[in-house]
Design a protein around this ligand. Structure first.
Ligand code: NAD
Ligand code: WQD
Length: 360
């Protein structure tokens, strides 16, 4: 299948592109590299031994996006492109509504114009807001506690209305829990810019010695050890969920929602302990105040995806940490910095394909 992946150079996108290539799909990527580097795709292409047709295009550039879709003629789109930092979204809400909501609107119009109406969308468990009715099911009422979460909620609603208006649309809203881990090669992984917002990359940077200690945001929650509990899911399991959703949509009409989580929770101290044990490095930590907006616990009811898609997360916390540590130790500074000048389609092709040529 000809699949367009928006945000395909990013953390979850790059792992999904690799699996799409391995499954024999023809893959194109649109990314503005605002939070990623073409180096991730160069490595993906090296791992897969197959090429990715890549465009440095912003979803907000509607004419350019239209041209790219017209030349690719995708049969389906997996839409990762978006901004995802909760704190930044509180400080700059309009940036988030513009990039995430208006960017998605542009994408949907451009898809419609080329008769492509199959979409897998990166939603988030953040749409369950502060729900304490655990485990979280697809039917759990939605709400948002910050502008980032509200962009996901608005996009889900926009897709629902679109599907009602035109039955040719086939849509999967995938609600991810907490994606972590990396490809087992240690060649691709999450490359946070600046101070990581999320627990696992922060712990990895403490283990490698880049940061002195982890701040544990509260140990007085009503959980087994008092620290926050989350449903961490290996990024490779998550990527497999996208391929399963794509398969499902090729046989089934309408809009569908699936949680992608393991169904099991781990506490902040579980994560720190696992990291210290697996890395063999000290991971000092200090208990601080709760972080505003955090819930005590969040974990999925993952059965709907198992029943409909035949998909289930297979990798446990040990493997998530092992793979994260391999990526972190092989790439302590993340991907190398590249020339910030935008690359045209031919320059990108040369850079990315170079990896396959290097190896042949
Ligand atoms: P990421 O930042 O690594 O990847 C997003 C990619 O989209 C980046 O490569 C970025 O350059 C690109 N992008 C952003 N805005 C763009 C635009 N206007 N035009 C073109 N490209 C653009 O993030 P990720 O962790 O891989 O997340 C992928 C998606 O999954 C996001 O939509 C995110 O909201 C969602 N999600 C992520 C998590 C998580 O914890 N990582 C959890 C739930 C949902
Ligand atoms: C996990 C646990 C913290 C950092 C966020 C977004 C959510 C989704 C995934 C995209 C919590 C604790 C964290 C630290 C800590 N993203 N923690 N010290 O908050 O579940 O979800 O990322 O959709 O929208 O809100 O993930 O990794 O930030 O936190 O103690 O330095 O670790 O309190 O209990 P969260 P997280």
């Amino acid at each position: 299948m000809r699949v367009l992946v928006t945000g395909g150079a990013g953390y979850i996108g790059s792992h999904t592109v690799l699996q799409l290539l391995e499954a024999g799909h023809q893959v194109s990527v649109v990314d503005n590299f605002s939070n990623s580097s073409p180096e991730s795709l160069r490595r993906v292409v090296g791992l897969a031994g197959r090429n990715v047709d890549t465009y440095q295009t912003d979803l907000l550039d509607r004419p350019a996006l239209g041209e790219v879709l017209a030349s690719i003629e995708p049969e389906a789109v997996i839409h990762f492109a978006g901004l995802k930092a909760v704190g930044e979204s509180v400080a700059q809400p309009l940036k988030y509504y513009k990039n995430n909501v208006a960017g998605t609107l542009n994408l949907l119009e451009a898809m419609d114009a080329v008769d492509c109406r199959t979409l897998v969308f990166s939603s988030s468990a953040t749409v369950y807001g502060e729900s304490v009715d655990l485990p979280l099911r697809e039917s759990t009422p939605r709400s948002a506690t910050n502008p980032y979460g509200r962009t996901k909620l608005h996009i889900e609603e926009m897709l629902e209305e679109l599907s009602v208006s035109d039955s040719r649309w086939r849509v999967a809203n995938l609600r991810y829990f907490n994606p972590v881990g990396a490809h087992e090669s240690g060649q691709i992984g999450e490359d946070p810019q600046g101070i990581p917002n999320n627990l696992m990359p922060f712990v990895a940077q403490v283990a490698i010695g880049k940061r002195p200690e982890v701040q544990v945001f509260g140990n007085d929650y009503a959980t087994a050890d008092g620290t926050g509990v989350r449903d961490y899911i290996h990024v490779l399991d998550l990527a497999e969920g996208h391929l399963a959703a794509l398969d499902y949509l090729s046989n089934t009409e309408g809009l569908h929602v699936w949680n992608l989580g393991t169904g099991a929770g781990s506490s902040v101290l579980d994560v720190i302990d696992a990291f210290a044990r697996i890395s063999g490095r000290p991971v000092p930590y200090r208990i601080t105040d709760r972080r505003p907006g955090d819930v005590a616990e969040s974990y999925a009811h993952p059965e709907k995806a198992r029943l409909d898609l035949g998909w289930k997360a297979e990798r446990g916390l040990e493997q998530m940490v092992e793979d994260m540590w391999r990526w972190q130790s092989k790439n302590p500074e993340g991907f190398p910095e590249l020339n910030p000048e935008p690359l045209n389609h031919e320059q990108l092709a040369k850079f990315i394909q170079g990896r396959v040529d290097d190896q042949s």
